[in-house]
Design a protein around this ligand. Structure first.
Ligand SMILES: Cc1ncc(COP(=O)(O)O)c(C=O)c1O
Length: 403
């Protein structure tokens, strides 16, 4: 339930919501599933290979790698488990620190906690809502020193800053080139949480490929879905192998013996989910163009409403426009809550951005940096219905089963 508030909504904004272009939209981002998915799922069931080994897993991984232009893609049971495995591949250990942006879904910080490490949140930049490279550089300069083995040590606690995670919020690429340069300068590995940014590029390079690894999520609300699932993309064969090994119970390859060299995880994507993923990958051009079209439609719809701006891709970076959003220019959290309440009244599924990590109850005592920009963004952004199906009938321009 959204909180009731007495804040006035400007009449042009109220009017824009009353004439909302996608009345009856269900959910924020629902998947498009059809005959192709049914055909692949049924083929998978007929094959008997429904678990974590099978032809669809191999095919999905190879098609993912080629879509992203990565040397390797390792499919996992979720984006969160992909993050966990990638962090383990970077040797993140209990007691380490991992720097994360204040604005992200809680899974980014959870994956750090699953390693026994501590997620420390830094502020974000205004335009992309992603980690601010300047703030990152200042953090390293003022709060860390170089350890004897070349690692970065957090001066206050003596903990190793083992990795940085950058997130492409709502699909919009953050300033990853500058972030990668800072990480390189201070010798700290960079992982990209590209859970939301499949189909987002910078200078022709897919998000997820600027650090040692990146991850995607295929949760039901993402650009493509496998029901639940994720993957790690990387150009580094050692990272790919480590992720695959740890996610497959760390089993030592052998024709029949079951032995395991470390404590591993059962994080592999089942073949059944990969079958869904293969069908969804065939739709990705249509899904991405629908997301663009929804963005353009909102841009037109809100163009004369002075009190808001539609959130757009940062200059010079290509967003997949996964989730559309507006930003209120005035009024802070009360004004945002008034708009969310209006959405509930009109039956429009509007949502706030996730609570910044330092404000999330589970992470309140994390020793985070000040986050004025993230807080202002959280207070002013409203996410809009973004399901591809709202822009066109589900069956149009989509590949049919067997084609
Ligand atoms: C930024 C971000 N990171 C990580 C995740 C976790 O992915 P999953 O839900 O597949 O575990 C999500 C989405 O759910 C996300 O939006």
């Amino acid at each position: 339930m959204t909180a009731r508030t007495t804040t006035e909504i400007p009449s042009d904004l109220r009017g824009a919501f009353e004439r909302f272009p996608f009345q009856g939209a269900e959910g924020l981002h629902t998947p498009e599933l059809g005959d192709l998915e049914k055909a692949y799922l049924s083929e998978c069931i007929d094959s008997g290979f429904v678990s974590s080994v099978g032809a669809y897993v191999d095919r999905f991984e190879s098609e993912l790698a080629s879509f992203a232009g990565a040397r390797f893609a390792v499919a996992t049971s979720s984006g969160t488990t992909a993050l966990h495995l990638a962090l383990l591949a970077a040797d993140v250990k209990p007691g380490d620190l991992v720097l994360v942006p204040a604005i992200t879904f809680v899974a980014t910080a959870n994956a750090v906690s699953h390693c026994g490490a501590r997620a420390v949140a830094l502020d974000v930049e205004e335009e992309s809502m992603g980690l601010n490279p300047k703030g990152l550089s200042e953090f390293f300069d003022s709060q860390t020193t170089r350890g004897p083995d070349g690692t970065r040590l957090h001066s206050a606690t003596g903990a190793v800053v083992r990795a940085v995670i950058a997130v492409h919020v709502l699909g919009h690429p953050c300033d990853i080139v500058a972030i990668a340069e800072v990480c390189e300068r201070f010798g700290v590995p960079l992982l990209e949480d590209a859970a939301e940014s499949m189909g987002s590029f910078i200078d022709g390079i897919h998000t997820g490929l600027f650090g040692f690894a990146g991850i995607f999520s295929f949760n039901g609300n993402k650009t493509i879905t496998t029901g639940g699932g994720g993957c790690v993309v990387t150009n580094n064969p050692v990272v790919a192998e480590r992720v695959r090994h740890l996610g497959t119970t760390a089993r030592i390859p052998h024709p029949f013996e079951f032995d395991h060299d470390v404590v591993g995880f059962n994080y592999r994507m089942p073949n059944l989910n990969a079958a869904l993923g293969c069908a969804q990958l065939e739709r990705i051009p249509a899904l991405l163009s629908a997301q663009q079209e929804i963005y353009r439609s909102y841009l037109g719809h809100f163009q004369d409403v002075d009190s808001v701006e539609v959130v757009s891709q940062p200059d010079g970076r290509q967003s997949n426009y996964w989730l559309q959003a507006i930003r209120l220019r005035h009024g802070g959290r009360e004004a945002r809550d008034a708009v969310l309440s209006l959405g509930a009244e009109l039956g429009i599924p509007l949502r706030p951005l996730w609570k910044p990590i330092p404000l999330v109850e589970a992470y309140r005592d994390g020793g985070h940096e000040d986050i004025p920009v993230a807080t202002a963004i959280y207070d002013s952004v409203v996410c809009l219905p973004s399901s591809p199906a709202i822009i066109r009938p589900a069956s149009s321009t989509l590949p049919e089963a067997g084609t």
